[in-house]
Write a protein that binds this ligand. Structure first.
Ligand code: GTP
Ligand code: IMP
Ligand code: MG
Length: 337
């Protein structure tokens, strides 16, 4: 039994949603809890061809036996939360999804402040979801909390207590991060970053778990890279070149086209260092190496795909245990097996 954190290694959108849902399907954790900034994140979970693009509810919703919790560090937009409860109604969310009492609440004013700020929309190219202004209000200690919102009353809980009790009882626990290392307010490409730290320690803190309780940190990458919004992207390749390679992505939240680049080893090394990664996942091998798509084992992967994985392992000095070969939950070669 173990406590595992999953975080993004590059600029978000590495496919953490898929890795989390795969690990949840496998480990059937007692608790899956989400840290990270808020509804600026959009994680995709694809089940039998149906894609769920969700922003508030953790990707671990797929695990029907699990409590699905949102930690106090996460900003909650109650409208988005309620809409997602409806979207996920086939997953029996009521009674197992809950929000920490102390989550800060995003209001219409935060969204207006985000979308009217030239600095945020034009320079940083924020997602316009109100996260930056809400976190600013939190730091100024004027933000409202979940425990004061009547419509959230049926969904409130003490997330740290639930998780720590599960850990102490020897249960599996999965903690999911959002965004990615390069977007960290502390360690990313400031000022082109999001409004909080996104590293594994921050994610643990978001859900109220101390560092001594964490067994594994899985840092998720893609075989290539993407970045959406402003800020430096040294390994970026021209759109036309990316298109020729079949690499075209659009943001889950904003629909913006993601810039595409080659794997940035320097950023990757710093990311695994600060995240304390014990394993890495590499998604989208099938996009760079299409013959990877239906492979069942590592040995079956095309030689170029294996060389790419081994180069990443050599540069980052962390084993690549989970390899994504498609968007579905089970499109994964699990080298731990
Ligand atoms: P944030 O929490 O917003 O950072 O997002 P995320 O890390 O959960 O990733 P997101 O779902 O936004 O983007 C990843 C995209 O890649 C989605 O469209 C996934 O369905 C897709 N995807 C994930 N893994 C694979 C893979 O191995 N192959 C292919 N072809 N697509 C994948
Ligand atoms: P904000 O978090 O909305 O303030 O946006 C700040 C920067 O982080 C912008 O460049 C966004 O595009 C980026 N960003 C925030 N959340 C995500 C995410 O989940 N995936 C990718 N980029 C993100
Ligand atoms: Mg995303």
């Amino acid at each position: 039994m173990s406590t595992t954190i999953i975080v993004g290694g590059h600029f978000g959108d590495e496919g953490k949603g898929k890795i989390v849902s795969y690990l949840c399907a496998e480990k059937k954790p007692k608790v899956v809890a989400r840290g990270g900034v808020g509804p600026n994140a959009g994680h995709s979970v694809v089940i039998k061809g149906k894609k769920y693009g969700i922003r508030m509810i953790p990707s671990g919703f797929v695990s029907m036996e699990s409590r699905v919790l949102i930690g106090a560090g996460v900003l909650v937009n109650p409208n988005v939360f309620m809409d997602e409860l409806e979207l996920l109604k086939d997953f029996n969310m009521k009674g197992r999804v809950a929000v920490d009492n102390n989550c800060a609440i995003i209001t219409k004013q935060h969204i207006i402040a985000d979308t009217r700020s030239k600095h945020l929309t034009q320079k940083i190219k924020s997602t316009g979801t109100g996260c930056g202004p809400a976190n600013a209000d939190r730091v100024n200690r004027v933000v409202g909390l979940a425990k004061d919102v009547p419509e959230l009353k049926p969904y409130l809980t003490d997330v740290p207590l639930e998780i720590n009790e599960a850990i102490d009882a020897g249960e599996n626990v999965i903690i999911e991060g959002t965004q990615g290392f390069g977007l960290s307010l502390f360690y990313g490409t400031y000022p082109y970053v999001t409004s909080n730290d996104t590293s594994a320690s921050a994610i643990a803190s978001d859900v109220g778990v101390g560092p001594t309780k964490i067994d594994e940190v899985v840092t998720v990458f893609k075989a290539h890279m993407s970045r959406v919004g402003g800020g430096p992207f040294p390994t970026e390749i021209p759109m036309e070149e990316a298109e020729k390679m079949g690499l075209m992505e659009f943001g889950t939240v904003t629909g913006r086209r993601r810039k595409i680049g080659k794997f940035d080893f320097e950023l990757g090394r710093r990311s695994v260092m600060i995240n304390g990664a014990t394993q890495i996942a590499i998604n989208c091998l099938d996009l760079m190496f299409p013959e990877s798509k239906d492979c069942k084992t590592y040995e079956e992967l095309p030689r170029e795909a294996r060389a790419h994985v081994e180069k990443i392992e050599k540069e980052l000095k962390v084993p690549a245990t989970l390899l994504g070969i498609g968007p579905e939950v089970h499109d994964i070669i699990d080298r731990r097996k």
